[in-house]
Design a protein around this ligand. Structure first.
Ligand code: MN
Length: 135
């Protein structure tokens, strides 16, 4: 069909509205690995919207480069507290509270906190294609 919409999509009922979820980062925050990062999974991956949302805390001295995600994955970083830097497009970019960055995450990227205070940010990871295949 036109506009990239298949006939079956047109015939299917619209998706059910999502359940309302109330989440508390303070109650969800964990240190899953030995490195200096705390993770609060605020909203797990939802195929209906194609993204997941974390609150991440980088303790002072944290620095890590990540492997590329699958093709087309986009990350958003929205800083809440502290100061941090994001490695994207081959350079470190400084961010402070109120500042945000969007970048293609299907290439090398990373985070670091060179300051003396924890850096806290929201991280939205958007997966563009089939949910199971895009992670
Ligand atoms: Mn990543």
């Amino acid at each position: 069909g036109g506009l990239g919409v298949s006939l079956s999509q047109l015939l299917e009922p619209p998706p059910a509205p999502p359940d309302t979820l109330w989440r508390d980062a303070a109650a969800l925050r964990r240190q899953p690995a030995s490195d200096a990062m705390l993770v609060a999974p605020l909203f797990a991956y939802d195929a209906q919207v194609g993204f997941e949302v974390f609150e991440l805390t980088l303790l002072p001295g944290y620095a890590r480069l990540s492997e590329p995600h699958a093709a087309g994955v986009i990350e958003y970083v929205l800083v809440i507290a502290g100061e941090m830097e994001v490695w994207a497009d081959g350079q470190w970019r400084a961010l402070r509270p109120g500042q945000a960055l969007r970048f293609a995450a299907d290439r090398e990227h990373g985070y670091r906190n060179a300051g003396a205070a924890p850096a806290v940010f929201h991280n939205v990871i958007h997966y563009p294609h089939a949910p199971a295949a895009s992670r």
